[in-house]
Design a protein around this ligand. Sequence first.
Ligand SMILES: Nc1ncnc2c1ncn2[C@@H]1O[C@H](COP(=O)(O)OP(=O)(O)OP(=O)(O)O)[C@@H](O)[C@H]1O
Length: 578
Amino acid sequence: MKRLLGYLRKNLKETILAPLFKMLEASFELAIPLVVARMIDVGIGSRDTRYILKMGGLMILLGIIGFISALTAQYFAAKAAVTAGTSMRNDLFGHIGTLSYREIDTAGTSTLITRMTSDINQVQNGVNMFLRLFLRSPFVVLGAMVMAFTVDTKTALSFALAIPVLFAVIFVILLVSMPLYQKVQKQLDRVLLKTRENLLGVRVVRAFNRQKDEMESFDQENAGLYRKQVFVGKISALLNPLTYIIINLGIVAILWIGGDQVFAGRLSQGQVIALINYMSQILVELIKLANLIILMSRAAASLKRVNNVFDMHSTLRDGSQPFTSEGGARISFHGVSFTYAGAKEPSLSNITFTAEPGQTIGIIGGTGSGKTTLVNLIPRFYDTTGGTVTVNGRDVRQYQFDSLREHIGVVPQKAALFRGTLRTNLLWGKEDATDAEIYEALDAAQAREFVDHKQQGLGLLIDQGGRNLSGGQKQRLTIARALVRRPSVLILDDSASALDFATDARLRKAIRETTGKTTVFLVSQRVATIKNADQILVLDDGRLAGIGTHKALLNSCGVYREICESQLTPKEVAADAQ
Ligand SMILES: Nc1ncnc2c1ncn2[C@@H]1O[C@H](COP(=O)(O)OP(=O)(O)OP(=O)(O)O)[C@@H](O)[C@H]1O
């Protein structure tokens, strides 16, 4: 709540003026029944057409002023709400950017997207309606009651009876329906999650002919939502008939008591009509108030969820040492272990090795053996949970993030590009890279040929996620992006998996020639990709099963030999082992 008030404070004028203008509108609305009463009693009573027209004109004037007040209030409320929503969305986006992989893993990408979009929208709508109604509705209810008593105390006593009963009915219905609305919201989240997952994986769904199963599971979630909505709808639907019965009973009472008063000459017909109008105004406002409470409870739940993300803080602390790369980077792992948040088993256990500047380190192992996890510890995407990683003899945690990551080129397993041009994508590697440097990187990444073929040069348009490129083309561009910065450490995480063997071989040769003192980490499932590395780390279920050159490992490491035997011919294995 404090956070939201902070955002509203930025538009203090609008936040205060919106409810005030709404009250102004309500005041004019409260005056109308009195004008109608005068019209009936004086105008119709004495058949004075001029008076009726005069009162009619006054009603129109009150209506116009009320309308202008309402428009002004709506404008201020919308402005305050949209500005608060926009600032909150901006801040949340920035905040998510500061979270480490650990928090993002824990929260889940889909959840974060829902917080950024539908939850903030819900808060925004809540603020808008709150500013419009929180003063207006109680003001009209109280105001109408006071006005009714000023018209006639005896008849207005029916108000004093009807209103508390109305309140009680609305309160009970809210009490029952509000938790149900929260359940509906949760179910809606599940439907959204299912939709998002399905659309993101649409190709896989089709390739595996899972449309029918996916449709069934979506139907299930959607039917759950339908059932919950119908149930809560039925309860809420009681609101109208019950409140109308009470109000109509109130009106019967007004007519009954008021009729007697009129006969006795203590009350005029116009005043009875005014009392009925006040009763109706109260009903409408109470229903609005009930809806406001439902909306507020949803907005409060959304605000809580947004706040939960704001309350997450990166577990990674920035270091204070700048990283300088003269002479390259020596990377050492000292008894490193790592366990993901919430995981029972460690993904890496007791890993020790040193990579000298300029060396190429091959990392091989079965699926899930910890290869990606290992390289992610170098740029500090995660911190170790045991042991230390040092770069040039200093604990990696002591370096400033920016300066450390500036010297590391990472090519992740999943090639990610962003909407824009080829140039803007490659400048992510080095902001001030010249065209010549970019072309050099494209040459080394074996991407020059297809870029030239597209004939748009560095202005080549890249769609969202690079979907207008093939898997191999995307991989080559992500490699070029990492090479542009001429990093001290280059991490290629299975980055050539979509390339044919010949291109893969040319790529490695070019990288070796252009990187010089760069320490290269080459993660791959292919023996051919890593066999010429200076050192090969063989991972098996998070443990280092072997370390050495291709030849040494063939002779000393059973796991490595097994991998080689599954990919090379027996003749090749025998020759390499010699
Ligand atoms: N974000 C995560 N949260 C929890 N566990 C994870 C996470 N990422 C990976 N793991 C687990 O850690 C282990 C090692 O995963 P890792 O991605 O490092 O393997 P890998 O050797 O790179 O596999 P592959 O060759 O298939 O890419 C696996 O058991 C995996 O299930």
